[in-house]
Design a protein around this ligand. Structure first.
Ligand code: FAD
Ligand code: NAP
Ligand code: SF4
Length: 695
């Protein structure tokens, strides 16, 4: 007898009348880059096959344009010819072989297309694209609808169980639906009925062409988060019209790409937008799919159990862990490699014209190339440093059959992740540490904590991997040794509690994170700076994070919690900052220019709302009892600060490696110990995993 799943709603099948989905897990559409070139289709097939084998119910591919005008970028994925459909058979066969269903997403980018062929309902430029679209003629609209129908038919010929018609996120169909972008006066614009006609005609004609036993998922823009966005009544009317036109499932779309509210970043509370889908559910009979920041089974089960939706969509969580569904069903949710919503290796890659992968799972999208095959020659391997690089290396090597000992001087695993997890909005980093704790156990790594290692301790191992991380860079301006000057390690590690006014030297990723920490961490006594020896970071009260409270988070970002106002927006009401903070860099220009492509604007907007002074082109003249003397734009000023927190980058920590070299012991260097410049956990985990795959 099989044990019942702890998530009964998530694992109940869904009967669609003509076909049945094995569970309520939909792998949401995610552009990986593999869709764009025929030669990458074997890799695309392997990528989806792993997710299907991992137990997902229904997969939706990345977007394919129905014609060239609809390309996201030149020569992007497109489906308009029979020869293009034939190559999809390897993808659909691979998925069906593991019992999952798969739909192809039809996406016409409209004015979001990154090329000069772009078209839209009206000639209105998007604020996030340099090209101005050409307005489609009436004939052009008809031809575009025919292109959708042709593509859907070809998808069926390619073996797909259905299509997802992308009607949200501000793409072409959404542009027709919205008065913001549709100023037409013909049969395709004007009142809501006419603006909806493009969407409903596509669904109606696809149904007619592909028959009753073909899944049509329609992604409805349920909360637009842009000025002049649809009102709730309009959204309900759209949902009913799409249902009447013949859709099978309604998926949820949240926010246009040009919206100035984050919708999927790690600082967005889990399931923050599930209430939108729940609000629509009583209005239609179609099964509804909830989406955005659903990354763990308890969250998914909670949405389904309370009647908020019929399915849940997850895209990035399945990039992070292909076996997500099987682990959840088996009651092993604690083994899930959780998506931390960082966007660093997925969306940031796609927006830089690179293939997607995953920070916590470097095998994502390179399943055929990065293989953790069992070793035929097991060896005794020492890995020194249990930060992300060492953790990845030790556990992959052990999984392959090596006997691995992992050392760390600290009394817990994680290295700098133990600081990152304390930043408000980065609470998900706890999950990666929980995952690695179980990986160590499951792969049989021998863990030795509180064990600083020297070269002598490593004699006798067959291979040594040095993953000792970094040392913070020190500064040398006058007064750098003043007691006011502290390191980010002191502040985030809980040894120093800062006063009410703080300057931060260095506006890289860590400078921004420290600023976020300080504007949230409550002051104990506004007049006193506390410098007390603390045993560990947990002793220091954690900042109060709005990311853990959807109501507070929505107030900060100006989201209407009732989702009733047009676009779902209201006036933002940021809470006052806990401290006055100056974030400084020497380079000219706006601080934060090098932060993540899809998340940098969120960090800058958050700090702006907290009145953090972000200054570039700063010269540091000196620190004394009166404060921090700086020069900006030729003007000298003294910032009356209680502390100066140094976040001036990092240097490799190589003392052990050098000692090993001196002792004639060969060693591999990974992570920050190898190259500290521009190091992030993506590179650390990738490098550790690749080395272990080759050992
Ligand atoms: P580390 O994490 O530094 O680990 C090195 C380990 O080696 C330590 O645990 C140390 O105790 C141990 N060690 C050193 N010497 C010895 C010895 N002789 N014997 C035994 N043990 C030893 N990266 C991102 O990608 N995204 C983020 O959002 C992000 N946010 C961050 C926020 C903050 C506040 C900080 C501080 C960092 C952040 N990072 C982020 C950076 C990321 O944490 C680092 O890139 C990553 O931790 C580097 O991994 P590593 O394994 O090379 O080194
Ligand atoms: P960083 O990004 O290299 O930034 C270092 C900052 O210090 C820069 O602003 C630099 O600006 C300044 N600086 C450098 N040398 C200095 C000196 N001698 N004196 C004074 N200022 C100096 O490094 P980091 O902030 O320490 O971050 C380390 C790594 O962690 C980064 O590579 C980053 O990728 C990663 N990280 C990522 C995230 C994320 O969200 N993705 C978050 C945190 C950390 P000027 O030279 O202009 O003064
Ligand atoms: Fe999630 Fe980050 Fe991986 Fe993207 S790179 S799937 S956001 S963990």
């Amino acid at each position: 007898m099989t044990t019942p799943s702890p998530y009964p709603h998530l694992f109940s099948p869904l009967d669609l009348g003509f076909t049945t989905l094995r569970n309520r897990i939909l792998m949401g559409s995610m552009h990986t880059g593999l869709e764009d070139r025929a030669r990458d289709f074997p890799k695309l097939a392997a990528y989806f096959a792993e997710r299907a084998a991992g137990g997902v119910g229904l997969i939706v591919t990345g977007g394919f344009a129905p014609n060239m005008m609809g390309w996201l970028a030149p020569f992007g994925g497109k489906l308009s010819w029979p020869w293009e459909a034939r190559k999809h058979r390897q993808v659909t066969a691979a998925v069906h072989g593991h019992g999952a269903k798969i739909c192809l997403q039809l996406l016409h980018a409209g004015r979001y297309a990154y090329h000069p062929l772009q078209v839209a309902p009206s000639r209105i430029k998007s604020p996030i694209n340099p090209f101005t679209p050409r307005a489609l003629t009436g004939f052009g609209v008809e031809r575009t609808i025919s292109a959708y129908v042709n593509a859907a038919r070809l998808a069926r010929d390619g073996g797909y169980d259905g299509v997802e018609i992308m009607g949200s996120e501000g793409y072409l169909i959404n542009q027709f639906l919205s008065a913001r972008t549709n100023r037409r006066t013909d049969a395709w614009g004007g009142d809501l009925r006419k603006r909806m006609r493009f969407a409903t005609e596509i669904v109606r004609r696809v149904r007619e062409a592909c028959g009753p036993d073909f899944i049509i998922v329609y992604r409805l823009s349920m909360l637009e988060l842009v000025p002049e966005g649809s009102s709730w009544d309009e959204i309900v009317a759209q949902a009913k019209a799409i249902e009447a036109a013949g859709a099978t499932l309604l998926n949820t779309g949240i926010g246009w790409h040009e919206a100035r509210v984050p919708t999927i970043a790690t600082s967005v509370p889990r399931a923050a937008f599930a209430g939108v889908t729940a609000k629509l559910r009583p209005e239609v009979k179609l099964p509804l799919v909830a989406t955005n920041r659903i990354n763990m089974p308890d969250v998914a089960e909670g949405i389904l159990a309370c009647g908020g939706a019929d399915l849940v969509s997850m895209a990035r969580p399945l990039l992070a862990d292909p076996a997500w569904a099987n682990k959840a069903r088996a009651g092993r949710a604690d083994r899930i490699n959780t998506c931390i919503a960082c966007n660093q290796a997925c969306l940031d890659h796609v927006f830089s014209q690179k293939n997607a992968s995953c920070l916590v799972n470097p095998r994502a999208c390179v399943e055929t190339e990065l293989v953790y095959a069992p070793t035929t020659a097991p060896r005794r391997i020492a890995v020194v440093g249990a930060g992300p690089a060492g953790l990845a290396c030790a556990t992959v090597a052990a999984e392959r059959g090596h006997r691995v000992t992992l050392f760390d001087a600290a009394d817990e695993i994680g290295g700098q992740f133990n600081l990152a997890k304390r930043i408000p909005g980065k609470e998900e980093f706890h999950e990666t540490l929980r995952y690695f704790r179980h990986r160590i156990e499951d792969t049989g790594v021998e863990l030795r904590l509180s064990t600083p290692v020297d070269a002598a301790a490593l004699a006798g191992f067959d291979a040594v991997v040095v993953a000792t991380g970094i040392r913070p860079r020190t500064v040398d301006f006058p007064g750098a040794d003043h007691p006011k000057v502290v390191s980010y390690l002191d502040v985030l590690g809980g040894r120093v509690r800062t006063g009410p006014r703080v300057a931060i030297v260095g506006a890289g990723g860590i400078g921004f994170d420290v600023a976020e920490f300080l504007v949230h961490q409550p002051l104990v006594d506004a007049s006193v700076m506390e410098v007390a020896p603390k045993t560990d970071a947990a002793d220091s009260p954690s900042p109060d994070s709005p990311s853990l409270d959807p109501a507070r988070w929505m107030a900060e970002w100006g989201v209407d919690p009732t989702f009733s106002s047009p676009g779902g927006l209201r006036r933002p009401e940021p809470e006052p900052p806990a401290r006055e903070v100056w974030l400084l860099q020497r380079s000219p220009g706006k601080p934060g220019a090098k932060l993540g492509k899809t998340t940098g604007w969120i960090h800058r907007a958050t700090l702006k709302a907290k009145q953090v002074a972000m200054l570039g082109g700063v010269s540091y003249l000196g620190v004394d009892d009166t404060g921090f003397r700086i020069r900006v734009d030729g003007q000298e000023q003294t910032l009356p600060v209680d502390q100066v927190v140094v976040c001036a980058g990092q240097e490799p920590r190589r003392d052990l490696f050098e000692a090993l070299q001196a002792a004639g012991i060969a060693a591999h260097l990974i992570g920050g110990a190898d190259v500290a410049a521009e190091l992030d956990a993506k590179r650390a985990i990738d490098q550790g995993s690749r080395l272990a795959a080759a050992l």
